[in-house]
Ligand binder design. Sequence first.
Ligand code: ATP
Length: 856
Amino acid sequence: MNWHLLQLSEIEQLLNSSPKGLDSITASELLLGNGKNQIADQKKKTPFQMFLHQFTDFMILVLIAAAIISGIIGDLVDTIIILAIIMINAVVGFIQEYRAEKAMEALKKIAANTARVLRDGKTIDIDASDLVPGDVVVLEAGNIIPADIRFLEAHKIKVDESTLTGESHNTEKTAEILPEGKYGLGDRTNIGFKGTNITNGRALAYVVATGMNTELGHIAKMIQQEETATPLQKRLIAFGKRLSIVILLICTVIFVIGWLRGGAILEMLLTSISLAVAAIPEALPALVTIALAVGAKRLVKNKALIRKLPAVETLGSVTYICTDKTGTLTLNKMTVQETYEIPITNADFDFFKENSLLNAMALNNDIKIAKDKKWLGDSTELALVKYAFDKNIKKNTLEKILPRVAELPFDSSRKCMTTLHQTEKGILVITKGAVDELFDKLDKKQKALIPEIERKVNEISEKGFRVLGYAIKLLPLLPEKLNTQDIETSLTLIGFAGMIDPPREEAKQAVAECKQAGIVPVMITGDHQLTAKAIAKQLGIITSDEDLVLSGSELSALTQTQFEVIVEKIRVYARVNPEQKLKIIKALQDKNQFVAMTGDGVNDAPALKNADIGIAMGINGTEVSKEAAHMILLDDNFATIVKAIRHGRRIFDNILKFIKYTMTSNSGEIWAIFLAPFLGLPIPLLAIHILWINLVTDGLPGLALVSEASETNSMNRPPRNPKENIFSGGMAIHILWVGFLMGAVTLGMQAWAMQNNNHWQTMAFTVLCLSQMGHVMAIRSERESVFKIGFLSNKPLLGAILLTFGLQMMIVYTPFFNKTFRTQPLTLNELLITFAVSSIIFCAVEIEKWFKRKWK
Ligand code: ATP
């Protein structure tokens, strides 16, 4: 439909709507007919497909084939058992994947965009996916356009359509109808497209197409980003491939030796295949996703919403947190503490002379008074308007006498804003902004006063106050074109106000915690250098003369190379523009730092994308910034970043423990089966035993490790180098030696039991299974003894161990399973000996940790 060529009245008729919007009943009917306003996710698997997917793994297919062949030639019971084990494994795999998927979906739902619409004559916020054609949406700078729209009213609207057209400049939009002709997407100036960003102005618009009917829907593939693997997953996949070859070689050797020693060829084949299936860690990358998704779910409870899963993993590597000041480090609750008036000498302003500063405070702002009498708007402006109000200068009354006729809105690069008011003498221009930014805009006569004013401003700023100045001038007529250079010049400064924004108490502690953890907190602010420095001192960000403060203008004077010499010393960047954040990120990254960066505005988006972890603000952030971020702070609080890092470190530690546990178990089995022939022993385990241990009893305790609490030193050690090999730092050695010990203990048990006419196979099988329970208990902490952290402190793990133990006892003591698993009930004596021998692994790992505590 050529919506851009239609009159608004025609559109209203077609959509059955009006500038007042739809009523909610019509809207819900339309929603039923049109479907949700979202881009269909083609890749989504149904639960059944997810279940089937569990069987597509190559190794499992090999196992199924082997089981069937063995069934045809030999033992049908074996076949059934193996198939049952594979089935249980598939069910467990399915449940895990399904839960991870649900956790991710829940996260996506919280992250979903909202849209502001007119419904039943009221302005309300709804889930953007509930929009229907005919809805009237209210839009402003920072919004992502939620559907395809036709503008009905547009005030200085500019839209960044690069996501759609690839062109990065902003397109101006109007509500005007276009003359007949052919127009490309980028030329339809009265249409806004779903997924593009409003960078300036405000507007009302009709929704004309939703969901898959939008232009974005037509090219849906563009946004269907591949879910990429996390850095750890990539490494695990590469490592898994190499390891698989080694394991396959070992299994071939075991097969050949077994066969040469006269073992039944089929049995040896099945044992080797089972060992290969069990020992190749092909499920590890998927399990990492589960651990990360579960971790992300927990982070939401702590007010950190993860938008990109790899962020959970990389949080622990952050070395620099570059954070905004206002609202994140401070409370964003401003109050005016002092004012300073400069007498007006120019007779032209006689009508404005009395209470000029207070009048300017009441007039120059965008504060709105809601129906419930609540004042809405930016906290800086709220403070100023309230100050004037308390002194009996009321915004509403004054605006009736001096109505606002135009404005130049605030932007953080100019650091000021201007309102224009109709008076009898002409147009009164009031500019409010950072005083140092106003200096250049003053008329010649006042420039002589600057040094004195500057002294006064510095004095107030040093207390950590934000200082805002007011300047005015008169124009004979309202200019046709409003541009800042012409209007914000030759102004007369009439005074300024100093306001306090107290630092957040919890931010102080969080800064201290960061420093303990080897993370450098850096403040980036649009505020004055002295204000920023004072707050940074109060928070502990600056503690010595070596901690530097750099201003935006100093930063732009430096070349990238010069900047990189000092970048690691800078703790505060003041009066910077959002665009300069990119330069800071690049310099730190060039120095091999891992940077987390916060941002809330539209122009913070590039920095958020380029930071290693981009963090947007949930309350005060624009949608564009949220879309670009890896993580969203639901409470806009700096302390939450530090909390998220603490959790990130814990999650990563636990993933490492999980890898350590699984790989050591595999190593134990390989050692036992590989060494047996060399010691003249029969292979201790049957194929079904190997599969049982790996695919059933191993999984539960391993997964429960994800719930382990933080290591006591998790925030007292430096950040993890993201490039570091996970198997360094002793993990590989642990896997080899503890695995070897497990194998040795199993074979020792076997040899002893064979000599003493005991049930050697059941004993060896049970020892191997229980040794792993001991191992998982001992590796719960990297350094601390389990006796210190408490045996009962990880309840899910305790439950998993008890369950596994119960299952093993079921196999040993019930006649049905005795038959199928070829086990025999152990005597009490045998059982106790098995327990004692299994505890060797637990004790050995505890001793390993004791050495670690002693020597490291
Ligand atoms: P931070 O970057 O620490 O979060 P901020 O977001 O408040 O601080 P900006 O909004 O970029 O920083 O503001 C920069 C400067 O612009 C402020 O120091 C102040 O001097 C000025 N300023 C802020 N708000 C307004 C406003 N509403 N009108 C005029 N000037 C303002």
